[in-house]
Design a binder for this molecule. Sequence first.
Ligand SMILES: C[S@@+](CC[C@H](N)C(=O)[O-])C[C@H]1O[C@@H](n2cnc3c(N)ncnc32)[C@H](O)[C@@H]1O
Length: 459
Amino acid sequence: MPFFLHSIDAWEQDRQQRFNLPALTKSFHESVPALGFIDWNITAVERGYAETRLPLNTSSSNQYITHQGPLMLLAAEYTGGLALASLFHKVPIIGFWPAVDNNAGYMWGAKSTIKWLSPSCNNLTCKAHIDPGKWVQLAKRFASSNKLVTTVTIKMYNDQKLVATADFTYWVQDLNGLKRHAFDPDKIDLLYLHKTQTTAKLIVGLRAMEQEKPAGQRRFEDPYAIMLAGKHGITLARRFSIATPQLQNMIVARTLHLDKALTAFSKTVPEFNVINIGAGYDSRFWRLEIDNATVFDLDLPVMLNERKHFFDFSRRPNIHNIDIDLECHHIDRVLQESDSYNQGLPTFFIWEGGSMYFENDKIDHIFSAIRALMLPGSCFWMDYVTEDLVNSATGIEEIEGFITNIRRMGEPFINGYNDIAVISEHYGLEIQETLHSGALLSRQEEIYKQYKFCIFQAK
Ligand SMILES: C[S@@+](CC[C@H](N)C(=O)[O-])C[C@H]1O[C@@H](n2cnc3c(N)ncnc32)[C@H](O)[C@@H]1O
């Protein structure tokens, strides 16, 4: 049985050492700003137990100068969640702790009830105890990557007086379990779907931010970006831009570079394929006038279904949606099953915003498949980050902020290259061009050198 963290001090120390995070309460305030606004704080965490405090103040009180009922439920929710999280050995809960691998857990409320017994007219202490008889059973269920559903009772006091009780039902599961049915749109876990779409929304949100600028100031035109991003994408992009204001420039640079490379390629051949790996909310082939390309958008079926809500594919018979789970399917085999794919044509491969998320064995499948399909005259565009960035070793504050945010979102960057030649040589590719994201925007700050673009050709 793994070692457990027994006190808030041990928990804090572990978090500080591993992730250089702010104190636990501050970290919750950063993740859920409403908790900071009402000055909610964590006062104790032990194995199977959590205690928090909701002060009575002008922000937390109502018209009768007692606590607002729903805020008591909010405080109870996080108290019970903390008590439950304390049972899992050093497992980051996505949203609050940075996830570094697929052992991180998602925890969500499934239902709740609250009984208000009397008005809460003093600071409110919330206490959640989990019966020790359940500890091992709950931890084992989580450790086996199965979905765990359990109810925690939270008692709320003014000094010694019990003023309310809440029952919160949570469900928890790690990412290994959540991604089991990623390929099946009927069975994919709703939270896995949410998480996967979130990174794609963040990117299109950053493109949408460019479109919010006055016409003369926009560095590229994407009439679809605001619609595709919606409130979710734009909020994500704004939140990420607080810690990393350069992020939006980086996405602008990537869009400009890939648009330019693709347009130039299209002029050198009469006809060609485009293989777009992980299409997400990319609207490139709807906004660029490239009519000699047959496009294959590869993504999880749920994401391709989502694209069908936004784009009228009957207007673009040259764009094909190809279902794939890159974790377990091979690109070459999947494409060869498509009647529309003509392997004899030169091909422009795109892997945009994807290389950072996959482990070595999956990277190997992807590169090997691309290499197998690449005829002379084809090329492969991809963006990548440095290994230093992945290891959080750049010493650049804005990068560290980005890494923490993306890990908190449950989509950690796990793959990067300090020297891209290592991978090109391994797969028999030639580097046609590699440049850092600042180069296109004439920005020389160090941060831009951690994010790069590359074009490979077959040797
Ligand atoms: C960060 S988004 C980038 C989207 C797009 N290329 C862009 O730049 O806007 C990553 C994309 O990869 C897709 N993806 C992630 N894991 C995948 C998997 N296992 N199989 C297929 N696609 C996957 C996601 O659904 C998402 O659309």
